[in-house]
Design a protein around this ligand. Sequence first.
Ligand code: SF4
Ligand code: SF4
Length: 396
Amino acid sequence: MSSVSLVRCDGYGRDVCYRAVNEAVGHLGGMERFVSPGMRVLVKPNILHASEPEKAVVTHPDMVHAVCRLLKEAGCQVIIAESPGAGSLYSSNGLRKAYETVGYAEVAEDLGVELNYDVEYEEVPNPHGTKIKRFLIIKPAMHVDAIVSVSKLKTHLFTYLTGGTKNLFGLIPGLEKATFHGRLPEPDDFGTMLVDLNELVKPRLQIMDAIVGMEGDGPYSGAPRVIGAVLASPSYAAIDVVAARLIGMHPQDVCTIKAAWNRGTLEKDLDEIEVLGERWEDMVVDDFKRPSTYASGKKKRSGAIERNLVKMVRVYALRPAVMHSRCSLCGRCVRSCPTGAARESRGKVRLSHKKCIRCYTCHEMCTSSAISLERSLGGKALALAVERKNRGEKTP
Ligand code: SF4
Ligand code: SF4
């Protein structure tokens, strides 16, 4: 049976987070259940961008501090490693800037843990993968005894939720990440790839920073929202199920959870996942804003209009548009676009709707909030029809 522990934690602070993480791991049997003295352990936080912790884009440094401290107390050698988001080059300078901005440089100094600057990666065969038979993975991840994922609970325009399962995407080096969006434009395929990656790398322990998460159009442009929780689990998928419930999402709507469930790594009945500590039902955040792309699978199957929407998803789906007055021409969107739909021409970034597969990587990578999401006229008409249907009105 999968177990997830859930602990209340209403704010940050090194000691506060240490107590919360210690309690959460304690419910699972303590850190010694997952690691042994002398092990070299890689801590994998979420650094989407070099962003200040208050913006809720990254795993908070106090949470990373707490996990590293527990691992040190368990006698482990700790290294923090990550390859930031798809539009970022994987370089030592980029990593240095990211560690300093997010506060991990201070964590490392305080605890005497290592920060990874090695930007080499390795080709790793994945013969048992359902979707992907070979991954490029950052080198330190392949040369440690255990990986502990310290994720951040945020919404995500493409996968709806980023938590435990999606966090390992940061083990794929730099721009290589963008190629997956090109190869796997459907969220279900993308979720299956992420499950392949988790099954290959097999992190020992999941810790989730859900103290302040992100709602709305995450994982970068949403708004911070207090959730007040720390979660822990040996299972990347079970922790996401409980996380989804905390923010009012139907777990089976999240492509990574669906993929793990299809793989048989989750209980057939998700209600059988054991939750230790708090009851999740007592901690649900009312009116948590889902991403504007969110559509419940249940609704899609419930009527003719929704079935047609699946076929007409290209028309219905929000599409990116550049707000040129905000654009600094940094080129991140162009570098991260997997299909070449984003390109710079005559001093402006231009997006081709024909080539665009609606993966929203450009939106995720734009640190100037210069990419908006909007519907075409046809998409607006469809959205209106769905709203009417949901209100019980007749479609004209
Ligand atoms: S739209 Fe955003 S990511 Fe793209 S070049 Fe402009 S500022 Fe950079
Ligand atoms: S332009 Fe389209 S295909 Fe390119 S990154 Fe943006 S959403 Fe993805």
